[in-house]
Design a protein. Structure first.
Lengths: 585, 585
């Protein structure tokens, strides 16, 4: 209703326009103008719906046109669907081609139809999660779907077919029965945000070309720092291309803090530095060690308890040991929500040790950071406010579309100090605006994708409480799963006790193994169960869940819930499916 | 026409459906089903258009329904626009909410309307490039647009307003008069591709969850390697989050090739390594040196000629000098299309030196790589087939939406060797498919955004020849600009001769400076001209072009063309605008 007002600039017969206002759902194939300022729109519209007097109508339309003249109005048009033959149209016929506007809009609407149908089916449990094909099958070409690129253009009709087929042979990561990854779900607001981001097609490096996005990023990151508990939300931060890069930033910044000369002189300017992280932590810490020139053997792995949480005494022992060997401890990573077990390292205990030995404390909350939004669960991250840096991926537990990962740093200015190179062609000091808003030189990237908008828009649309509800709900569902299987015949839990996060790790034991004595034979057989069930799941396309070995434990299932579409019935479905497929193994 | 068929599963009065097939552009407010298999669709449709016999029609519809039952059918529906009051709807009312389908579709269509209007206006020269506001103005909040996040959710109506305002206060990087960045333009096919990518919302690390995208990436990268000229297109490659990261990969891989022990032991396992790149090269090479632990002072800058091209003799002299100091030369970067001058380093001459001294040769073709697609211009990159690695950003000269940057490596397997950490939870060796398609462990990222689809789709839609035409056209336009201003009163070229790329670098000399003798005063005044004109341009919102100093040269304009919407009239407009705004300075 708010968007039904004609704008002053529309090239449409005024008679039609007026008719449209009155007969809103009628033969609306005609273009209708988009709303001006919102309040005026609602007033006119509401007014007209109540009073059909022609006099009043023309008075209101007049007022509206006046406001449009006064630049209050966004003079856009409603789209019109029209039958279009895409078999004779090519990319070259679209904008900016002459007369390209109509085919452009029609083509985009056709794409949107494909996408909205996909969205609709994603949430429909009668649709499969995937339609599995082996690489060679897809490479050989499915009916009408050929991945090869050619010299000559294809028609837009073929392009539309390609779009449909791409989705058809893909995996519905938003499906209520897709449990395969920490990132799952398809948030509609986030999706709309990504569509807008793609349309704006800009870059985060300067305020000059991304003024709104730069400010949104700044405000959102400040809010995240407040939630972490840093005073006034002070500090610094960036969105980066994923948690691995965010973790890499933390190591870089730690190095810069203690050995700033490495930036100029290289690692030879520093002593042998060592980093500490748990054996259950994400592999990106080790990767950062390799990439940044520490060497992965200088990333020292800490022992965990049986729940996957760092044993603080082991950290202290290894620090002392490293010092005795003449190495210099630099950095400790505490994981808030490990990848497999969902374990939360005891941050306060680790922070005490970091303070004692003057080490950088990073908290990798890529997976568990979202729990900070929940009053019920945030205690699992107690002590995070003592961290020097935090990784937090809204694209995991908070359901934001991929990708959206933040690296947050307590000390202001250190990202800039660590990474700046002062490129003259981007970061001119003599711009007319406050150039402290040009954030590009803080990053290791030059161009940086706009990851903020979808997240900001979701936050607006859900509110902080919306995220809290989402997180509480996911944790309740995993508790439901845990309670369902902990004493169920044919199941063994990988670790005892209720999981801290939504990760529920378990073995399914097929009847044939249930009475087999524990030993190597059983281990070997059990190791093959999860891969076999997973392969059948994928070939049936009914559901997807991850599995892996861990340490000396053979392959087990790791169930996680981060998708807001999941219900208890989907959890039940997963268990039934595992039993159906695994019963005769 | 292919999309006008009813599916068996639609809940629509069959009478309406049939009516629709006949009266295709009639009162189509009613839902219409999407196509089944394409061929059947076309047959029925074509048939019905030619023959309106009711008998034939019902026979065909019957056949169609049969095929739908046989699972050949993609049972999707055409969307229906309906009047929706978004002021009482919230994110929680959208899918997966009960009865969420209708509001979801309506909300997405409303967003699409905002986006298609934006697209339309982007190509409309009567629209401004931007509506400039200072950071404090946007932060204080514009009418109805408040960036602050709150605890409670906002209505979908407000969310739609926020979407409109975000675009309103942003910068139209696709506008024909936006010349500010190497990446510009708004390709409609690429845009559609990004919308689909967002909707698929998946991750590149495994074939398991991105089968189609993984294969598209593989095929496209092979094609790019063929175009580079590596035998059979062999080698390895990845899309990375931008050219800076791609360049960083090249340095990492070079280090791994010559000093693989650095991965394990760190930089202390290697001698003092030095990298070479020109003083005109992109700052990301230096940044890579700092990040990876070489130290930026071990990135040695090479002299260039007055056109910004590396002087090979200087490279050789500096290699010898470094060796004499006991350093170990490792890596040479040759730039194919420098950021400011658009210069192409002489790759063959540099390759000769790299071979002589056994150094890794990287070609940074982030900006100039696109010229490989043009038979007329690819000679500028002669010798690129001798490189060990190449950065090539389709998101720059090829007009692909942000972001899309490839790092291509001649030696197969080296990315994997350099970066793999073999995380068990992602890269299980016991999957049912050929796990060499799980490419995630080659990357420094864990999750990796799907950057391929938009590019693949554009290639399909334009063909190789479409990219060639685009590139030739952009270069013609810059030649037009060069010819227009090289002898024009009030202009001085920053370097003599026709530019190699689309970069045209020039000073505009206001009348007040034209008769001033060369010297410090004139230099200081001239240095302030470009920033002043740029500030006025931005405040008028009419056009945007970059400026910067370079070496001892005071601020000059750098004009570039990569947007397919640009015409000669836009070049003329820019010149007129510079003169209008700068005349009285």
């Amino acid at each position: 209703c708010a968007h039904s007002l004609p704008s002053a600039s529309m090239h449409v017969d005024p008679a039609l326009l007026d008719a449209h206002i009155l007969t809103h759902t009628g033969d609306a194939w005609y273009g209708v103008a988009n709303g001006c300022t919102r309040k005026l729109g609602m007033k006119i519209c509401g007014f007209l719906q109540k009073n059909n007097s022609l006099d009043e109508k023309s008075r209101m339309v007049g007022a509206f046109k006046e406001s449009a003249k006064n630049q209050m109005c966004d003079n856009s048009e409603r789209f019109m669907r029209a039958e279009t033959d895409f078999s004779n149209l090519f990319a070259r016929d679209l904008l900016p081609a002459k007369n390209g506007e109509e085919p452009t809009i029609q083509f985009l609407l056709e794409v949107v139809e494909i996408l909205t149908n996909y969205v609709r089916k994603t949430f429909d449990r009668s649709t499969k999660v995937l339609d599995f094909h082996h690489p060679h099958q897809l490479l050989e070409g499915m009916e009408g779907f050929n991945l090869e690129l050619s010299d000559q253009p294809e028609s837009l009709e073929q392009i539309l077919v390609d779009c449909r087929d791409t989705l058809k042979y893909g995996v519905r990561t938003g499906h209520p029965r897709f449990f395969n990854q920490l990132s799952s779900g398809l948030d509609i607001i986030g999706l709309a945000g990504e569509w807008l981001t793609s349309t704006a097609n800009t870059n985060m490096f300067t305020y000059e070309i991304a003024p709104v996005f730069v400010l949104m990023e700044q405000l959102t990151l400040k809010k995240m720092r407040e939630i972490i508990g840093w005073p006034n939300g002070d500090g610094d931060a960036l969105f980066s291309p994923g948690g691995a890069i965010s973790n890499m930033y933390s190591v870089m910044v730690a190095r810069y803090k203690y050995f700033p000369e490495v930036k100029t002189k290289g690692m030879s300017a520093a002593p042998r530095l060592v980093l500490f992280t748990s054996e259950h932590s994400h592999y990106s810490i080790k990767k950062a060690g390799a990439v940044l020139g520490f060497g992965k053997e200088n990333v020292i792995l800490l022992k965990t308890d049986e729940r996957g949480r760092v044993i603080p005494a082991d950290l202290e022992a290894k620090i002392i040991d490293a010092k005795q060997k003449g190495y210099v401890p630099l950095f400790v990573n505490a994981t808030a929500g490990t990848t497999v077990y969902g374990a939360f390292d005891p941050i306060n205990d680790i922070a005490d040790i970091c303070e004692k030995y003057n080490l950088w404390l990073h908290v990798d909350g890529a997976w568990g950071g979202g729990l900070l939004m929940s009053r019920k669960h945030r205690h699992k991250l107690n002590g995070i406010e003592r961290a020097n840096s935090v990784t937090w991926n809204p694209h995991k537990m908070m359901g934001v579309p991929l990708q959206c990962s933040a690296i947050l740093v307590r000390e202001k200015g250190i990202l800039q100090g660590c990474n700046s190179m002062c490129a003259g062609y981007l970061f001119q000091p003599d711009k007319q605006y406050d150039v402290t808003y040009d954030t590009g030189d803080k990053a290791i990237q030059c161009g940086r994708h706009v990851d903020i908008f979808k997240f900001w828009l979701m936050w607006k649309a859900k509110g902080t409480i919306g995220f809290e509800q989402h997180i509480d709900r996911c944790l309740e569902l995993s508790e439901y799963l845990y309670n369902k299987i902990k004493n169920r015949e044919g199941y063994e839990m990988v670790f005892e006790g209720q999981p801290q996060h939504t990760n529920v790790c378990f073995w399914y034991i097929p009847p044939s193994l249930r009475s087999m004595p524990h030993g190597d034979e059983r281990r070997e057989k059990l190791h093959r169960v999860a891969p076999k069930i997973k392969a059948m799941m994928m070939e049936c396309g009914t559901t997807m869940v991850g599995y892996q070995p861990q340490g000396d434990k053979v392959n087990f299932f790791r169930m996680v819930v981060s998708n807001h579409a999941v219900t208890k019935s989907d959890i039940d479905f997963l268990i039934n499916e595992i039993e159906r497929l695994g019963h005769d193994l």
